[in-house]
Design a protein around this ligand. Sequence first.
Ligand SMILES: CC(C)(COP(=O)(O)OP(=O)(O)OC[C@H]1O[C@@H](n2cnc3c(N)ncnc32)[C@H](O)[C@@H]1OP(=O)(O)O)[C@@H](O)C(=O)NCCC(=O)NCCS
Length: 180
Amino acid sequence: MAVKRLGSDSLKGGWRQGLAPKQLSVEWTEAVRKLFFEGTGEEYFAGSIHSLPVPEWDANFMLFDSEESTPASMRGVLWTTPFKEQTIRIVSFVLDEGARGKGWGSVVWNLMADILLPKGITTVQLEVRASNQRAIMFYRERGLEIQQELHGYYRQGMGYMMRGKLQHYHPNNDTPEHEE
Ligand SMILES: CC(C)(COP(=O)(O)OP(=O)(O)OC[C@H]1O[C@@H](n2cnc3c(N)ncnc32)[C@H](O)[C@@H]1OP(=O)(O)O)[C@@H](O)C(=O)NCCC(=O)NCCS
């Protein structure tokens, strides 16, 4: 897949198709564990990462800050799973703190749509902490809406289930891309 370029500080990096949880070596698992802990405050154990319900497929992505796809250069993960007919669920979506707010989340959202729309996927669904205003805004802008409150889903605090139509999103429209 072509490396998407964005920002002069990351010319050689970008999102690439990523390993699934079950494919992670010890070193990869440690890098993901660290990313999840720093990114969300959630403490994962290696076993809980490996047992995340994510298949090996082309709608898993990893963000790298160099040409090399190594645990040390990994800066983000987007893991998805087929959920119901025509629906996918986002299982994990985390960027390293230093990689946020630079448009990388937006880039991978559109990459995900590129991969999934041709497969006939029309709907995207996920769970998010109710306190995570930034992520909720991100998803709202992309057409998702809160469908349900989740009590007891997160160890602390309430969550929301959000769902909406899977679609590309181009806020500035300076790189137009056709939609079908
Ligand atoms: C949520 C997340 C994946 C979004 O990715 P991102 O790369 O930071 O998002 P982008 O840079 O593409 O920006 C998305 C929007 O957030 C806005 N934004 C940028 N910096 C922001 C900030 N500091 N606070 C709030 N919003 C901000 C941007 O203006 C942008 O708006 P737009 O879509 O209208 O352009 C990422 O911030 C993240 O990993 N957060 C921590 C983990 C998390 O919460 N994951 C979601 C769990 S369900």
